[in-house]
Design a protein around this ligand. Structure first.
Ligand SMILES: *Cc1c(COP(=O)(O)O)cnc(C)c1O
Length: 439
């Protein structure tokens, strides 16, 4: 009974930051020395409202996901409608319209060979399932040695163990979990930039790894065109095309992780379209529900599904909240909204404006590189940014931008207006100058 008494009920409407600090983990934080967090009471359109009434223009789209902005009326109503039917029902032995409708959309929109869908609840799990599919496929062919993965330096594929094992070995958590993570192969980060050709030299690393180890490699896993949380790097479409051809040449499967790039972010519905290729397995997540709920999926072609299912085989995965009807309904509404919108021209407009407004940052001494693709703008600094100071700086500027490492970057909701976007890019530019003054 003592335990219960210790809790104090807060007066309604007050966010208890002391409790948060003492009891709640935030992403990648210490419980001893957590960075300050800002209390949010609501969000609408592209603005996040803090408890003290300050309004921030959101440059992050809540980690790539809120593409239509917050409180979209159509998404709100789709979810409310679904709540009145059922919020959840198990997916083992049962099925429902929101899941079927969603998978029909996904099969139609993704590269044509992808025909089977496994729905899960987060991006990392979608990557786990993709890896499991690839390994189970080769097991079904009696090729038990083909069980390693080939990944790229600079990659990010999630935080669960199999996903971590294909993240960049340096910026990923390989050192921390040395001896625990499965060992995989890593090719050099593609150095050929997006919009540039790709030479034989650029392909040397991936080709020689495949030549030497293809008998041990189940699949190449990569983020098509945009490497996200591993360094915000945009690489040549020709590299992606050649990587697909190398996979065919060496009989290695290709897994495309489109969790960050999917649903229009790079200017194509899926980034694979920049190279006009189809992977054998594809992961999607993040923007899939317009940022309303956690939902992800792994798609595969019939070669994979028939292989795994041959001789009475089954795919050994089944999350409790698989195909949650509320999340599926949100996702259907979000995808329909995207398709009915003029998303392509919106992204082009954002790309053009970001290109013009971020280019002057290159003149600053603190800045190493500026790159823009689709609705993604990146300013790479020479030195790592102090996250605590940077967050406070941007909040004072009235924007929400959260850098990591040397990277100050934005990927705003697609509905952002020109003046709001300008406020984001001006704050970024101001930030790069401020660093210089402080030296
Ligand atoms: C965010 C991300 C993941 C992990 O997704 P979670 O939903 O955070 O588990 C995997 N791959 C890529 C490319 C991502 O950007």
């Amino acid at each position: 009974m003592g335990i219960i008494r210790r809790f104090q009920v807060q007066s309604p409407g007050m966010i208890d930051l002391e409790f948060d600090k003492a009891h709640i983990w935030h992403p990648y934080t210490s419980m001893q020395a957590p960075l300050p967090v800002f209390p949010v009471v609501s969000a609408d359109g592209v603005t996040i409202e803090l408890e003290d009434g300050r309004r921030l223009i959101d440059g992050m789209a809540s980690w790539w996901s809120v593409i239509h902005g917050y409180q979209n009326p159509e998404l709100n109503s789709a979810i409310k409608k679904q709540i009145d039917r059922m919020s959840h029902v198990m997916f083992g032995g049962l099925t429902h319209e929101p899941a079927i409708e969603l998978c029909r959309l996904l099969v139609n929109l993704t590269p044509a060979p992808l025909q089977q869908v496994f729905i899960s609840d987060s991006g990392s799990v979608a990557v786990e399932v993709a890896i499991k599919m690839a390994k189970q496929y080769w097991m079904s062919k009696g090729q038990y040695k083909k069980n390693k993965l080939l990944s790229l330096r600079g990659a990010y594929h999630g935080d669960t163990f199999a996903a971590m094992s294909v993240c960049d070995p340096v910026t990923g958590m390989h050192e921390l979990f040395r001896g625990i993570l499965p060992q995989n192969y890593f090719a050099e980060r593609p150095s050929c930039r997006f919009g540039s050709p790709c030479t034989e030299e650029d392909l040397h690393s991936i080709r020689s790894l495949l030549e030497t180890h293809h008998k041990d490699i189940a699949a190449l896993i990569l983020e098509p065109i945009v490497q996200g949380a591993g360094g915000m790097w945009f690489y040549s479409a020709e590299y992606l095309l050649k990587a697909r051809q190398l996979c065919d040449e060496f009989d290695v499967l290709l897994i495309a992780d489109e969790i960050a790039t999917g649903f229009g972010r790079t200017g194509k519905l899926f980034a694979c379209e920049h190279a006009d290729i189809a992977p054998d397995i594809m992961c999607i997540g993040k923007a899939m529900t317009g940022g309303y709920m956690s939902l992800a999926a792994t798609l595969c072609n019939s070669r994979i599904s028939e292989g795994i299912s041959g001789d009475g085989g089954v795919l050994m995965h089944g999350p409790t909240f698989m195909a949650n009807p509320l999340a599926c309904a949100a996702s259907c509404a979000s995808i329909r909204l995207l398709l009915e919108s003029d998303w392509k021209s919106r992204i082009e407009t954002i790309e053009k404006q970001l290109g013009q407004e971020l280019a002057p940052c290159l003149q600053e001494e603190s800045v190493q590189d500026v790159r823009v693709l689709g609705a993604i703008g990146v300013v790479e600094m020479h030195e790592a940014v102090n996250l605590h100071e940077a967050q406070q700086f941007f909040v004072d500027e009235g924007v929400w931008i959260r850098p990591f490492g040397k990277l100050v970057y934005i990927m705003p909701p697609y509905i952002i207006e020109a003046e709001e976007l300008q406020q984001l890019s001006q704050s970024m530019h101001k930030f790069t100058r401020r660093r210089l003054h402080r030296k």
